[in-house]
Design a protein around this ligand. Structure first.
Ligand code: AKG
Ligand code: FE2
Length: 278
């Protein structure tokens, strides 16, 4: 199949090739309001059903190449702090198990990659997040990831170290695999450790669950909104595309992060072509 933006994106609802279109202006405005209020903006049915089918076949083929990491981590993505009292969120570790396919392992012909590389999408995201011009993230591993999660996988409660991430829901698992968020749990000057501790102790009264219905594009500001992916059950993989952007072109991540997340530090020169065109 050949990638055509107009048939991939549901352009009647999201005419992203025409930034002045009244429909698009409204979508951008509503998404900005939602981001300001809740720290996330959901765009359901962003891509067409046919395109979801193509993305799914691509993701299923790529899944075999995903790198799996398992371990225990804190919400702060740092080693547990031994200087605080026991039970403090800074010391609290939770299990995680995730599998990711790095950008450099995603074929040029992949529909996910082609969507990510479209200038119209980048401009649309830039209009919503309102941080000036955006560039696809300059890291050959981290720019675009396919997150593949299967039976027993989960991602612990955490805050992101980036301002925002865009995710595209491709396939849900049989059960579990929800994206759970406490919007604005902390602020730049108040960690709200008591509330974080209550959450870890089982108080989920402030948790919002985003179902990640296939075809949904989610713009999420995770720096201050604690979130997790709940444990996956069943035979079906949960597939989500993670699209990263930066306000500075060409910036890259650390070798240490590459090693942990992707199991290697040297990028492929060109992506392996692991499946033929469908
Ligand atoms: O898989 C997802 O939906 C989001 C994963 C996430 O929170 C992260 O990679 O930081
Ligand atoms: Fe995250």
């Amino acid at each position: 199949m050949e990638f055509v933006l107009e048939t991939a994106v549901a352009i009647d609802r999201y005419p992203i090739m025409d930034p002045q279109h009244a429909t698009l202006v409204e979508v951008v405005q509503a998404a900005r309001t939602s981001l300001a209020e809740h720290g996330y903006a959901e765009l359901p049915g962003f891509v067409t059903e046919d395109f979801v089918g193509w993305l799914t076949r691509d993701a299923e083929a790529l899944a075999a190449t995903a790198y799996r990491s398992v371990g225990k981590g804190t919400a702060y993505l740092a080693a547990p702090d031994q200087h605080v009292e026991e039970g403090h969120p800074l010391r609290h570790v939770m299990p995680f198990g995730v599998r990711v396919v790095a950008y450099d392992a995603i074929a040029y012909s992949s529909p996910l990659r082609q969507l990510y590389e479209s200038c119209e999408l980048t401009a649309f995201i830039a209009a919503i997040v309102d941080r000036g011009e955006l560039y696809p993230y300059g890291d050959p591993f981290g720019a675009l990831n396919l997150s593949v999660m299967g039976e027993g996988d989960e991602l612990q409660w955490h805050y992101d170290q980036t301002d925002f991430v865009v995710s595209l829901a491709i396939q849900t698992s049989d059960s579990g695999g929800t994206f759970d968020v406490v919007p604005k749990m902390r602020s730049a000057d108040d960690e709200h450790f008591d509330q974080v501790k209550a959450l870890f102790d089982g108080d989920e009264s402030s948790v919002v669950t985003l179902p990640m219905t296939p075809g949904t594009l989610l713009i999420f500001e995770g720096r201050n909104s604690i979130h997790r992916v709940s444990p996956i059950h069943g035979e079906k993989f949960r597939h989500v595309g993670l699209l990263a952007y930066d306000t500075v072109p060409g910036r890259q991540g650390s070798a240490a992060l590459r090693q942990t997340r992707y199991g290697r530090t040297e990028p492929f020169l060109t992506p392996p072509t692991i499946w033929s065109d469908q």
